[in-house]
Design a protein around this ligand. Sequence first.
Ligand code: TIU
Length: 223
Amino acid sequence: ATVTRRLAAEPSPLAFEPAGTALVIIDMQRDFLEPGGFGASLGNDVSLLASAVPPARALLAAARRAGLLVVHTREGHRPDLSDAPPAKLARGEPSARIGDPGPMGRILIRGEAGHDIVPELRPEPGEPVIDKPGKGAFYATDLASILSARRIDTLLVCGVTTEVCVHTTVREANDRGYRCAVVADACGSYIPEFHAAGLAMIKAQGGIFGWVTDSAAVVDALD
Ligand code: TIU
């Protein structure tokens, strides 16, 4: 039997059915969270993302207990870079660009160590992993097919970075008709004011892109 859950969120509480809800964990990869990867190559202090890991772990555990669909995403490219636009390849330190060798293998390339999801959030067998070439998880992926096959209408979204891949994915999802609740403490950014502004933008204007909640509220709603 389905039991409707009530999630404390802003700008308003959100009722959801577990069977119609997916947890989407965006790009919690070593390339963004650890030194020597893509995030660092762009000039960022990667330690700023560490705070998102424990809340994301708590969310992941609660979602698994409740039987939610869990989807993981990874940003990255084919080894021959054929899916990487020149405009994207030209960013970052000239000596450490996408495809260049680094301490975790070639930067932002599928199959390399840096492309892996951090061990604390490792996907389990059966949980879809979406490899995406862009910032949004819908662009050039089969995420929409996977969600529609499961009749998913609500997404709990977390990951990194708040204003880049989380925001782009939420905007894409909102236009596709999904109700999105972004889990604030399970997101992170290299730029704290952008994290705060990104969350504020989602819930402003009556929830123009969706809802904002936190991991404790999600765990409370699911358990
Ligand atoms: N995953 C993701 O957000 N990709 C980025 O490039 N983020 C930055 O903040 N640079």
